[in-house]
Write a protein that binds this ligand. Structure first.
Ligand SMILES: *Cc1c(COP(=O)(O)O)cnc(C)c1O
Length: 428
């Protein structure tokens, strides 16, 4: 295992990507479906970002934070033992090595800079498992902003440690009892707060979702993943691009940020959704495979819905893939065929979690384990033997360790049991 590139060099921000068209439409998806009171704030945010993203000052400041605070550039790591096992050459883009342990920090630092430029001093955010809430609270502590994080009461109970972390970072966590008391209800409540507080408050959305301009802004802020990875891959591969680029898809920000760097190459782009307990079970988070067009949280996209058009709860063993929708640009990429989307089950993700730990000494976030699982399953099949694949490791797995100790204990094949064959393919 060799870190081939990265650390120590300056952060090189990506060139600005495609400008939004038609109020943030990606084909028939995206757009801006919000109460009128929010339109001026979204227009201000769009203007501010467009100006900032091409301004040397902003880019220097953002690049500096990514470097000295977030720990970028993150390396690309070649996985020799895993490659040998799978028969494909695996490279990992190591977002797990950033401050706070996932790619979410890239987005929140950029939005914090925008907040300051707009003269605002209060930030609100929604969070499901708490990961975006913790990232936002981190950036707010750094900038000295007031921070309120909306979280469903059910989620807050499940993720008590993250609630405590946000408090430690100086944020107020407001629990939401309405509806199913989970992420979609927290998002509704955050939008309600924003309507009333928009003069002083920025709403920091955590993925490439929500009304225009968020899907565009979050993609651009995350595309540092792809631009770094592209040049690092070229260094490792003697000037070539990988044959395939794979990332997990919740709302879709780590995937979109990665794909942005490879859009104009010949690389296959593969997004991996959560199939949960299986697509047929109805308990999954696969909005692209099984979603229905609709409008939620300010944008037209694919959402998990019942026969009455009510939003269905998503399910995944990984909290970060547990969102009933997906960023509109992914839907457009799926429709055009430029990117492919597939899904893996909870069970497959658990296997991959252990596989990467055993074969490379890297414990992935459960979300990221979905991308690993797809490569492990498709090596020699959809992914021909001998191909080279870059996988974005969106986060580290420490946060999942306690939950997984339970999951492995339930299935009687624990980490630490010595896993008799060591192939990672023999249970749970
Ligand atoms: C939040 C999260 C995700 C899912 O979000 P995307 O917007 O789809 O990237 C994936 N991995 C990790 C580690 C996360 O924290």
């Amino acid at each position: 295992m060799t870190a081939v590139s990265g650390r120590g060099g300056p952060v090189v921000l990506p060139e600005p990507g495609p400008e939004p068209v038609d109020l943030g439409r990606f084909g028939g998806f995206g757009g801006r479906f919000v109460p009128e009171t929010l339109v001026p704030a979204l227009e201000e945010l769009e203007d501010e970002f467009r100006h900032a993203w091409s301004s040397g000052d902003f880019r220097r400041e953002f690049g500096g934070l990514l470097d000295t605070y977030a720990g970028r550039p993150t390396p690309v790591t070649e996985c020799h033992r895993l490659s040998e096992r799978l028969g494909v050459r695996v490279l990992l883009k190591r977002e797990d090595l950033t401050h706070t342990g996932s790619h979410k920090i890239n987005n929140v630092l950029g939005q914090a800079l925008l907040t300051r430029r707009m003269g605002k001093n209060r930030v609100i955010a929604e969070t499901g498992a708490g990961q975006h809430g913790v990232a936002t609270a981190t950036a707010c502590a750094l900038f000295g902003f007031d921070c309120v994080v909306f979280m469903g009461a059910v989620d807050a109970q499940r993720q008590a440690l993250n609630v405590w972390r946000m408090g430690l970072l100086g944020a107020e966590v407001r629990t939401v009892e309405s509806g199913s008391a989970t992420l979609k209800d927290a998002t509704n409540e955050a939008l309600r707060d924003w309507v009333a507080s928009v003069e002083t408050t920025h709403y920091c959305i955590g993925s490439v979702v929500g009304p225009h301009p968020f899907p565009w802004i979050v993609r651009e802020l995350q595309s540092v993943i792809g631009s770094e990875a592209r040049s690092q891959c070229r260094e490792v591969l003697g000037g070539d691009d990988p044959d395939a680029v794979v990332a997990c898809v919740g709302g879709g920000s780590n995937a979109m940020g990665t794909f942005a760097g490879f859009r104009d190459t010949a690389a296959r782009l593969v997004g991996v959704e959560a199939a949960g307990e299986g697509l047929e079970s109805g308990r999954h988070g696969a909005s692209i495979s099984r979603g229905v067009p609709g409008v939620l949280h300010g944008a037209r996209s694919l959402y998990l819905q019942d026969e009455h058009g009510q939003i269905r709860e998503a399910h995944s063993i990984s909290a970060g893939l547990d969102y009933p929708g997906v960023g509109p640009e992914h839907v457009a990429l799926a429709e055009s065929g430029r990117a492919e989307y597939d899904s893996v089950t909870d069970h497959e993700a658990l296997e991959a979690f252990r596989l990467l730990a055993e074969s490379e000494g890297i414990i992935p976030a459960l979300e990221s384990a979905h991308a690993i699982a797809w490569v492990a399953r498709e090596a020699g099949a959809a992914l021909p033997s001998g191909s080279t694949v870059l996988i974005t490791l969106s986060g580290r797995g420490d946060k999942d360790a306690a939950q997984l100790a339970d999951a492995f204990a339930d299935t009687g094949s624990g980490a630490g049991s010595g896993t008799a064959s060591g192939t990672g393919n023999d249970g749970p």
